[in-house]
Design a protein. Structure first.
Length: 401
């Protein structure tokens, strides 16, 4: 009996050592590859098994952490978020057990990135705040600035635009002072996102073009595509159709070859805006539905909410009332769950358009009143105040019940 137990333990130990040796080989392959993304795309499941093995014991934490850092920047776009949340939280727990402060700081921010993608903005804010505090204490200006830039976009989504801009500009200032071009690009990219939402097209274009130029210089073509996507969105709003069509075709080819579904869906969304603004409603509906199908593979709440809203608008214009109401109701709920007050109010305003087109003026007044009440509580930003003024004027024109 005792001999049997001893044999079982010995074989478990042998299997464990073989698994660790295998994990070490995968790590070496990743860290020496000229194109780690190709390795990850080809052997993703094997790499995850290697990571799981390394995470089983605190004695192999160094290997586990290096595997996380090699895999995470690419795997985050696979939308495999629930599984990665388990990995990162396990790694964080071990780093806390070992009192590894640098690793804790990085893992906190990476977990924040994941929960941000899943739409849990409040939890993401807490994680970013903890990460910022740790990087400040560790005197790590690069990671500190990077996290500030991430928190800036998150603040803007929560209706705190001025705070979001201030954080991104602070990140940019730090990055320029230490000569970190990677964070210079990130801060400009995130500023462009904020300025797009604020409909400040001049600053949005300036920052997006700066981000694109720096990412190109760094050879980071994946993020260069994200910056170029912002440029295309701005051109679409400015009515620069020729430029949009020319660059979109090239960008589409790049995204298809790289398999970047998330950015491809965002590009389709932008092309839908182009078609809608040109009154090509059937084309807009088809492109936005295609974007929705692509994004259903990712289930990123912020992007899905925008697509629901856009489809609701186009169905209203086309007189497809049931489809319009379904999409706009989904957008309202999604933005409410995200805590994105401005876009929540905007979707309610679009729902008011639907009710007015149907002649349902009581429901139109009701949703406008609800949207106005919500907008009053967010940051006193120009675009929020403009929307508030338009809604109030509209409500006055509708008159009393």
């Amino acid at each position: 009996m005792n001999k049997t137990i001893s044999n079982q333990n010995r074989w478990r130990d042998i299997l464990r050592r073989q698994s660790l040796a295998n994990a070490d080989r995968w790590l070496a392959l990743l860290e020496t590859s000229d194109d780690p993304e190709v390795v990850i795309n080809k052997d993703y499941d094997n790499l995850l098994r290697a990571l799981e093995t390394a995470l089983e014991d605190s004695g192999t934490f160094d290997m586990a952490y290096r595997l996380v850092q090699a895999l995470y920047p690419i795997a985050i776009d696979y939308a495999d978020w629930d599984r990665w949340l388990v990995y990162l939280e396990k790694a964080l727990a071990v780093s806390q057990e070992l009192d590894y402060q640098n690793e804790q700081a990085n893992l906190l921010v990476q977990i924040g990135d994941l929960v941000y993608r899943t739409g849990n903005l409040r939890r993401a804010e807490e994680l970013y705040r903890d990460g910022i505090e740790k990087t400040r204490n560790l005197d790590d200006p690069a990671r500190y600035a990077s996290t500030l830039a991430k928190q800036g976009v998150l603040y803007d989504l929560q209706g705190k635009m001025s705070e979001g801009i201030a954080l991104c500009e602070k990140a940019l200032s730090i990055a320029e002072s230490i000569g970190d071009k990677r964070i210079v690009a990130l801060a400009n990219l995130n500023l462009s996102l904020i300025f797009i939402r604020a409909r400040n097209w001049t600053l949005a274009l300036t920052t997006a073009e700066k981000a694109y130029a720096v990412y190109q210089e760094l050879g980071n073509f994946k993020f260069a595509n994200k910056a170029l996507l912002n440029v295309v969105a701005i051109w679409a709003e400015q009515g620069k159709w020729e430029e949009v069509n020319e660059v979109s075709a090239k960008l589409m080819d790049s995204l298809l070859s790289s398999g970047d579904i998330r950015t491809l869906s965002q590009l389709k969304n932008n092309l839908g805006v182009v078609a809608f603004n040109q009154a090509n409603y059937k084309v807009a509906e088809a492109v936005w539905q295609e974007a929705l199908r692509l994004h259903s593979q990712i289930q990123e709440p912020t992007e899905l909410a925008g697509l629901y809203n856009n489809l609701g608008m186009v169905y209203t214009t086309m007189g497809e009332w049931e489809a319009a109401q379904d999409m706009l109701a989904k957008a309202v709920v999604a933005y409410q769950e995200l805590g994105n007050v401005y876009n929540w109010a905007n979707s309610l305003d679009n729902l008011a358009d639907l009710y007015e087109a149907q002649g349902n003026l009581a429901s139109c007044r009701h949703v406008l009143t609800e949207a106005i009440a919500g907008l009053k509580v967010i940051d006193n930003t120009p675009h929020a105040q403009e929307a508030l003024a338009i809604m109030r004027q509209r409500l006055d024109l509708l008159g009393a019940d």
